[in-house]
Design a binder for this molecule. Structure first.
Ligand code: C2G
Length: 729
C-alpha cells in the first residue's frame, strides 16, 4: 500500500503549479502518489507535468471547471495511500515541510499530523529568503503539548487568522476519512464541514514545528475570492457566521462525548476569533453606520461571546464582552471608543509618520492656504522629471516670481531652475508645504491617508499611456494591501484635473480609477521637449553624460514585474538582455543605455561592459534619454508611447510575454498586432533586429503611422501651455 496520497486540484496559473511541484520534488520522500486533478481543459499543462519524471504524478482531467470541493473529492476517490495530504496548486512548501510531516507520521502513526500555514504575498524565492531572515517564524512549540500545538495550527496561525479548520497541510489517515467528502455546494467553507465531519474520528494529533506551508495570498485561482478582498463588513459577517456554525458543531461534539480534544479546539477557536474581533472588527463596528449590519454582527457576537474563556481576557476585554451579553450596544460602543482612541493616541507617538500626519491634520491644515503656491512632485520625489517638471518650467518661465513653487525632491542636491523651495517627501516641511499649497501637481497617486482641503486643487498628470492594465482593471493586484482597489477610488476622487495624452487613455483613466472629474486632453507636458528641443540641447545632454560621440545609442528601458516584489515600493529586476552578446555583435556601432524602472531597487553591475553599456537608472529625466537615443528597446512599459513622438524605431524585448500578459497584468491593446515594432524573445533576435534596423523601419512604417495617429496626435510641444490656460482660467 502506498504511504501517502497528495491531492492537488489545479485550475489555472501553470507557473504557480510549477512552484508547487518544484517544492514537492525537493522533499525527501518516497512511497507516495500525487493525484493532480485538472479542472477544465488544459493544453500546456501536460508539458509541465511531463517534465517531472522524478515525481509520481497521476493526472485526472475534467473538461469542465469543477470547483475546489469537487476536485478534491475526485482526488479522494482515487487516493489509495495510508495517509492523505492536500495542497493547493498555487501554494508551495518550505524546504522539508512535507518531509517532516511524513517522518513524524512514520514514527508516531498518529491520525492527524500538521504543520504551520503562512500566508505570503511573495514569490517562492523571496518567501524563502525572507523566511530565513525572520527568526520569529515559524511557530515555536514552547510549553504546548503536541495536541495543543496541532490544534492551534488547525485553527489558524498568527499570520493566517482567517482560516478556520483548513484541510491544507495536514496528513490525515485515509481510513479515518473513509468516504467523507467535501460539500460541493459550499464554495468557501467546504473545508470546515469536511474537518468537523472527520474530527470525531481522530484520536491522536501531532503538530510539527518548522514545517511551513506557504499559502499564496489573494490570487487564489481556485477559490477565486479571498475573504481579505471582500468588503470588510460582509467578510466579517460571513467569517463570524462560519465560525459560529463550526463552534456549534464542536460544542455539540463536546457535550456528547466530553472528550478533551473538543474543548481544546473550541477554546483555541474562540481565542483566535476573539483576537480577530478585538483588533479588526471591534473598531469597524464603531465606524459603521449600517444599522442592519451592526444588528447582525451584534447578534452573532452575542452568541459567540458565551464561548470565550474569560480567564484569558483582560479586565477591559471582559467588560466589552459582557456588554454583548447584557445586550447593551451603547455600553459596547462606549468601550470600543475608549480603547480605539487610546490606542490611536499611543500610536501617534510610536511612529514618526503617524506623528507627522497628526501634526499635518491638527496644526498645518488649520493654517491659511497660499493661493499662489504650487507644489510639484514626480515619481514619489525620486526625480526632477516627467510632466510636473515641464509644467513647472513652463509656469516658471511665464510667471516667474509671481507664484510660489515647492518641489518634492528627496535628493536636495538636484538642480532645479528658479530655485524653488525643496522638501523631502514625508518630512515635516513636506507636510507643512502640502497643507498651504493651493495646487498639488503630481504624476501618480497621493498617499491615501492625506486629504486635500476643500479649496485645494490637485492636478494629476498620471505617468503614461497605459498598455498594461491599471487600477480597478487589474484582476489581481499583487500587493500586501487587501483594500488597494478601494484606495484607488478614494484617491482619484480628490483629483480636480486629470491630464490625458490621447482619447484612448482618457477612457482607461475613467474606468481604472472610476474617475468622473475633469480630464484635460492636452497631451503630456513631458513630451513637449520632444518637439521643442534644439540640436544644441540634445548635444549637451550627450556631453553631460560623457557619451562617445561616434556611436549610435540604444536605450533599453523595461518596466517592472509585479511578482518581483520584496518590500513596499521595492522590486527586483534581473537583466535578461545578454549584454556580452550584444556588445560583440553591435559594439562597434552602438552603445547601450540601461534604465530600469524607478521601482527597481536592485543595482545593476555593468562594469564588465565598460564603454558599451551605461547605467542611466538614476538619471532624472527619461525624456532627455529619448532625445539622444536612436533606438528604443522596451517591453510593457508605457515609454514607447512617448518615444513614438520621435518616430524612431522601437523594439520589444518581451522574453516573459506570456507570463506578463496572462498572469501578471493583461493589456489594453493587442501587443501582438498593434504596436509599431517587433516582439522579440531572445538576445539573438534583438541583435538581428538592430542589425537590420533599416528594413524594420520600412516594414513597420504603416503601422507606425497608424500608431502615431492614435496615440501621439495631440502632442505638438504645447501641452504645458494648454494645461496652464485651463487651470488658470
Ligand atoms: N520609466 C522610466 N524608466 C523605465 C520605465 C519607466 O523612467 N525603465 C518612467 C517613464 O516615464 C514611464 C513611467 O515611468 O512612462 C511609467 O512606467 P511604466 O513602465 O509604464 O510603469 P508604471 O509606473 O507601472 O506605469 O499608465 C502608466 C503605466 O501604465 C503604469
Amino acid at each position: 500500500m502506498t504511504f501517502l496520497s497528495i491531492i492537488i486540484p489545479f485550475d489555472t496559473v501553470e507557473r504557480y503549479l510549477k512552484d508547487c511541484l518544484d517544492s514537492i520534488s525537493e522533499q525527501n520522500i518516497d512511497d507516495y502518489e500525487i493525484i493532480l486533478v485538472l479542472n477544465g481543459e488544459k493544453e500546456n499543462v501536460n508539458d509541465l507535468i511531463n517534465s517531472y519524471d522524478n515525481l509520481n504524478i497521476i493526472v485526472k482531467s475534467f473538461d469542465e471547471r469543477l470547483g475546489v470541493a469537487r476536485a478534491r473529492n475526485e482526488g479522494l476517490k482515487m487516493a489509495g495511500g495510508e495517509y492523505v495530504y492536500f495542497i493547493d496548486s498555487d501554494d508551495y512548501l518550505y524546504k522539508n515541510a512535507l518531509e517532516k510531516l511524513v517522518n513524524t507520521a512514520k514514527a508516531t502513526h498518529a491520525d492527524f499530523i500538521n504543520g504551520e500555514r503562512m500566508a505570503t504575498p511573495f514569490i517562492r524565492e523571496r518567501f524563502e529568503e525572507r523566511f530565513t531572515k525572520k527568526s520569529k517564524y515559524p511557530m515555536k512549540k514552547g510549553k504546548l503539548s503536541d495536541m495543543e500545538f496541532s490544534m492551534r495550527q488547525l485553527v489558524g496561525t498568527k499570520t493566517n487568522k482567517k482560516e478556520i479548520l483548513s484541510v491544507l497541510h495536514s496528513l490525515i489517515k485515509r481510513d479515518i476519512i473513509a468516504d467523507t467528502l467535501f460539500d460541493e455546494n459550499d464554495r468557501f467553507y467546504s473545508d470546515y464541514f469536511f474537518m468537523t465531519s472527520i474530527f470525531p474520528r481522530l484520536n491522536t494529533f501531532v503538530g510539527v514545528e518548522e514545517a511551513v506551508y506557504a499559502k499564496r495570498n489573494r490570487d487564489d485561482p481556485i477559490n477565486l475570492t479571498s475573504l481579505n478582498q471582500e468588503d470588510h463588513g460582509d467578510a466579517f459577517l460571513s467569517y463570524a457566521t462560519a465560525y459560529r456554525d463550526v463552534l456549534e458543531i464542536v460544542n455539540a461534539l463536546y457535550d456528547k462525548t466530553h472528550d478533551e480534544k473538543y474543548k481544546l479546539l473550541k477554546d483555541e477557536m474562540a481565542f483566535t476569533f476573539f483576537d480577530y474581533y478585538y483588533k479588526v472588527f471591534g473598531p469597524n463596528f464603531l465606524y459603521s453606520d449600517d444599522e442592519n449590519w451592526r444588528g447582525h454582527v451584534f447578534k452573532i457576537m452575542q452568541e459567540i461571546s458565551y464561548e470565550f474563556n474569560m480567564n484569558y481576557l483582560s479586565f477591559i476585554q471582559k467588560r466589552e464582552i459582557k456588554a454583548f451579553q447584557e445586550n447593551n450596544i451603547r455600553k459596547l460602543t462606549r468601550f470600543i471608543k475608549i480603547r480605539v482612541n487610546f490606542k490611536k493616541t499611543i500610536r501617534v507617538f510610536k511612529s514618526r509618520w503617524r506623528f507627522k500626519t497628526f501634526i499635518y491634520f491638527r496644526y498645518y491644515n488649520r493654517k491659511p492656504i497660499n493661493k499662489n503656491q504650487f507644489m510639484f512632485a514626480s515619481f514619489l520625489g525620486k526625480f526632477y522629471s516627467d510632466s510636473p517638471k515641464y509644467l513647472y518650467e513652463y509656469m516658471y518661465n511665464k510667471y516667474g516670481d509671481e507664484l510660489d513653487y515647492v518641489w518634492v525632491i528627496n535628493d536636495k542636491n538636484v538642480e532645479i531652475p528658479g530655485n524653488p523651495k525643496k522638501v523631502k517627501r514625508f518630512s515635516l516641511a513636506y507636510y507643512k508645504e502640502l497643507a498651504r499649497s493651493k495646487y498639488w501637481v503630481i504624476n501618480g497617486r497621493q498617499a491615501s491617508r492625506l486629504h486635500k482641503r476643500d479649496s485645494q486643487k490637485i492636478i494629476s498628470t498620471w505617468h503614461g499611456t497605459p498598455l498594461k492594465k491599471l487600477g480597478l482593471d487589474i484582476g489581481n493586484v499583487h500587493t500586501r494591501d487587501p483594500n488597494i482597489k478601494k484606495s484607488y477610488i478614494k484617491v482619484a476622487k480628490e483629483w480636480d484635473y486629470l491630464i490625458s495624452p490621447n482619447h484612448y487613455t482618457t477612457e482607461i483613466l475613467r474606468s481604472c480609477f472610476a474617475y468622473d472629474g475633469d480630464i484635460l486632453e492636452t497631451g503630456y507636458p513631458r513630451n513637449d521637449i520632444l518637439y521643442n528641443a534644439t540640436p544644441e540641447q540634445v548635444q549637451k545632454i550627450k556631453d553631460d553624460l560623457n557619451l562617445p560621440s561616434d556611436k549610435k545609442i540604444v536605450l533599453y528601458a523595461p518596466t517592472w514585474r509585479d511578482d518581483e516584489y520584496f518590500d513596499a515600493g521595492k522590486m527586483h529586476f534581473t537583466l535578461k538582455l545578454e549584454l556580452d552578446k550584444l556588445q560583440k555583435a553591435i559594439g562597434d556601432e552602438y552603445i547601450v543605455l540601461v534604465r530600469t524602472h524607478y521601482f527597481v531597487a536592485d543595482k545593476l553591475d555593468l562594469s564588465p561592459y565598460k564603454g558599451f553599456a551605461y547605467d542611466v537608472c538614476k538619471y532624472d529625466d527619461i525624456a532627455e534619454l529619448y532625445l539622444i537615443s536612436d533606438i528604443l528597446i522596451t517591453d510593457y512599459s508605457s515609454v514607447f508611447f512617448d518615444y513614438a513622438n520621435l518616430r524612431r524605431p522601437i523594439l520589444y524585448y518581451t522574453y516573459d510575454l506570456e507570463k506578463y500578459e496572462n498572469i501578471l497584468r493583461g493589456f489594453y491593446i493587442d501587443i501582438h498586432s498593434e504596436v509599431p515594432g517587433p516582439l522579440l524573445k531572445t538576445t539573438e533576435e534583438v541583435i538581428d533586429a538592430i542589425v537590420n534596423i533599416e528594413d524594420l523601419k520600412k516594414e513597420y512604417a504603416d503601422k507606425y503611422d497608424e500608431f502615431y495617429e492614435r496615440f501621439c496626435s495631440f502632442e505638438d510641444g504645447n501641452a504645458s501651455k494648454r494645461i496652464d490656460d485651463a487651470i488658470r482660467k
